[in-house]
Design a protein around this ligand. Sequence first.
Ligand SMILES: C[S@@+](CC[C@H](N)C(=O)[O-])C[C@H]1O[C@@H](n2cnc3c(N)ncnc32)[C@H](O)[C@@H]1O
Length: 254
Amino acid sequence: MADHQEIRRNVWLSDAGGVRYHLRALCHRRRRWRAFRDTVATWFAAWRPPCQRLVLVGPSAGHTLPLAQMHGFSEIVALEPDPVARRWLAWRAHHLPLHFDAIDVLSGATPLRPLRTAFPDAAVLFCNVLGQVAPAGGGRWHERLADSLAGHHWASYHDVISTDVRPLAGAGPMSCDARRLETVLERFWPGGQLALVDHETFRLAGPSQPADYALWPLGPDRWHLIEWVVHRPPVGIGPVGAADRTPLTPPPDP
Ligand SMILES: C[S@@+](CC[C@H](N)C(=O)[O-])C[C@H]1O[C@@H](n2cnc3c(N)ncnc32)[C@H](O)[C@@H]1O
């Protein structure tokens, strides 16, 4: 129960969701976040899952999403607990076949499992959410994803680390198959000690899957290292099961 309350409070007030996040987006989306948004658009364009339906988990108001590129889907389902974000996203995505569902696929004893059962044929995009929310039952998302979504096409961009240490000038997006986080960090920050928050998502699709990295300058003194990974199901593996649904809980009044 405490975990759920913590998540709700973060949704409303943290830098990663809610009002404070929307204010940051208003300030920085067009200029400071521009290069990062372009990078997410490039990653998304290269993904091309062979699915008619797309599920967006944690899209917020789509501040960093390439909505203009989402035309190819016959249905887009957004799972987002923030009511302000939902309204804003609905307005921004009015040209898309987008609707909202109140199912919470990140909480409960078996998080992610509801995605498999409620959206068996859909591709899933985790929209910078898995580095913000921990699995309710403990552990890491790596194992949950491998257990529950092996038969799905899914992709995720997510925080790997965040820090207030300025990165190297000109450190741009890159692909990297390094097994050690330190190896990736060396490409973005000068050597030596780096004070950081580890979001425990490094190599989220598993060590054998390639990953891409880019910097997201959240604000003037805060940088997030974002990872992009893609999972394609092995031929012959598909999801099965009946739907179990936990409703998304809206954030409390501030
Ligand atoms: C960093 S923001 C996402 C940013 C977004 N991709 C963008 O383009 O601006 C994380 C989002 O995850 C959402 N979130 C938190 N818990 C969630 C849950 N259980 N299911 C779906 N979304 C959730 C938050 O409301 C917030 O909008």
